[in-house]
Design a protein around this ligand. Structure first.
Ligand code: 5AD
Length: 476
């Protein structure tokens, strides 16, 4: 059976898409290779949000093709996802070793295309057309999950609720790569969440490019609740799920109904990603963001009034065309005012066919670098202070599995989306438990399992014995 290796660049939607393509290929009889060197097929699932992400994938493909010439002639090479969508045929023209280009609305057909290539029924394949209903395809994406009786193989899962975006921010290539907004139906999403919960998943992250616009045109507001909040209500009712997250929202989607949902729905965790992009109203307008700083700050205030411990993270772009020192100062001040738990700070990158790419006053690269460094330093200091404030406190975590940094320890996430590493045993995976925060690392918390109130589904006697014994040695 042919083996496949998939490497993913970019956002969580891409991660989920790669999982879905893997599941689809495994169902067709393909195996998953442990590395690109051992694979019959290498697929790169790409990101186009910034030029850097595209360059990384292009460089990787060049090296994969070069290596395969010597070691694995006949290896099949494909680009999937956003860059495949935006560059299309140009990818096979410029890189003769590329056999396959699959756009964002054709991912569920990857298996057919590979079958055709391997059987030599078709030569090179470039498929980037639109496809009606593609947002509802490739649902099953838990490839390697075990049975729910043992520790669940996957505690947290992504659920795609919609595709595309109609916001047309002037810097953003996403409307071109992911198309216009198309939502799945609430029953279809709830059904997927139910099946995931049945397989041991305890947390779902609802995914889309602009989730707060979910179902806007298809599902009318009911009792003051938008389609997105109706979806949250429906997912909240799924037995077995402990936590609900969502990303990425748009600030304009935080109406009273959504803010109120944070207070009303216990499974909706205290975590909000609120992409600010800039603190300058002038720039927000040029970016076509649809809010002012004052409105944005109002949302943060109202969220914190409902949930004082809510973790607030953001995306900020520095060096958008025309950004003056004055505009940049507004962004720094906005960060001082909000005090984000975490922020992704991006250097503005010109994207083809976006309105901002041809705006006047593109900011020189040195200025972008300098502002990026300044803002990152400020944001990191503010974020670290938030982490330090948790030392000595007991927090609730959902245990996800072995720590990525040290497989001998476990890793979980607080409700406000901070990673906690702690000593524990595999039977804790999938459990909600309390840990006392002992110290912080760089955007990581180190915890000590408290005398715990394990979730009621557990068969534990309420005390994490083994873990408590080891904790003193490894942490003090
Ligand atoms: N340049 C830099 N950052 C960008 N983003 C989107 N487009 C660009 C661009 N052209 C950032 C935004 C968005 C995040 C996913 O990527 O901050 O919220």
């Amino acid at each position: 059976m042919p083996s496949v290796f998939i490497k993913t660049y970019g956002c969580q939607m891409n991660e989920r898409d790669s999982e879905a393509v893997s599941a689809q290929l495994v169902a067709r009889g393909y195996t998953l290779a442990p590395s690109e060197a051992m694979a019959d097929v290498v697929l790169l699932n790409t990101c186009s949000v910034r030029d850097l992400a595209e360059q990384k994938a292009l460089g990787k493909m060049r090296s994969v093709i070069g290596n395969s010439r010597r070691a694995r002639p006949g290896q099949i090479h494909g680009f999937l996802g956003c860059m495949a969508q935006s560059r299309g045929a140009e990818l096979v023209e410029q890189m003769p070793g590329v056999d396959l280009v699959v756009g964002t609305q054709k991912l569920h057909r990857t298996g057919e295309y590979l079958d055709d290539l391997l059987a030599r029924r078709r030569g090179k394949i470039v498929e980037t057309g639109d496809e009606e209903g593609s947002q509802s395809e490739v649902r099953d994406h838990l490839v390697l999950s075990g049975s729910a009786e043992t520790a669940p193989a996957q505690v947290s899962a992504f659920v795609s609720i919609m595709q595309g975006c109609n916001q047309h921010c002037t810097f953003c290539i996403v409307p071109a790569t992911r198309g216009g907004e198309r939502s799945r139906s609430i029953p279809e999403i709830v059904d997927e969440c139910r099946r995931l919960a049945g397989r041991g998943v305890r947390e779902v992250t609802l995914l889309g490019q602009i989730v707060t616009s979910f179902g806007k045109r298809e599902i009318p507001v009911a009792e003051g609740r938008s389609a997105f909040v109706q979806l949250l209500d429906a997912v909240h009712a799924v037995d077995g799920l402990e936590r609900i997250r969502f990303t990425s929202p748009h600030p304009k989607g935080y109406g009273d109904d959504l803010i109120e949902a944070f207070g009303r729905l216990p499974k909706l965790v205290e975590s909000a990603h609120l992409p600010l992009q800039s603190g300058s109203d002038r720039l927000l307008k040029l970016m076509h963001r649809g809010y002012t700083l004052e409105r944005y700050l109002g949302i943060v205030r109202r969220l914190r009034a409902v949930k004082p411990s809510i973790g607030v993270s953001t995306d900020i772009i520095v060096g958008f065309p025309g950004e003056t020192e004055e505009d940049f100062a507004r962004t720094m001040e906005a960060c001082d005012e909000v005090l984000f738990d975490m922020a992704y700070v991006f250097k503005y990158s010109q994207r083809r066919d976006t309105p901002a790419a041809t705006m006047e006053d593109q900011v020189p690269q040195e200025t972008i670098e300098e502002r990026h460094r300044k803002l990152l330093d400020r944001i990191n200091a503010q974020g670290m202070a938030k982490y330090e404030a948790l030392v000595g406190r007991t927090v609730e975590i959902l245990v996800e599995g072995p720590s990525h940094r040290n497989a001998a320890r476990l890793e979980g996430r607080t409700r406000c989306n901070k990673i906690v590493v702690f000593p524990g045993s595999p039977r804790h995976v999938g459990r909600v438990m309390d840990v006392r925060i002992e110290r912080t690392g760089t955007f990581t918390l180190y915890g000590d399992p408290a005398i715990v109130n394990l979730d009621p589904s557990g068969d534990d006697d309420g005390v994490v014995t083994g873990a408590v014994e080891t904790v003193g040695m490894s942490h003090r």
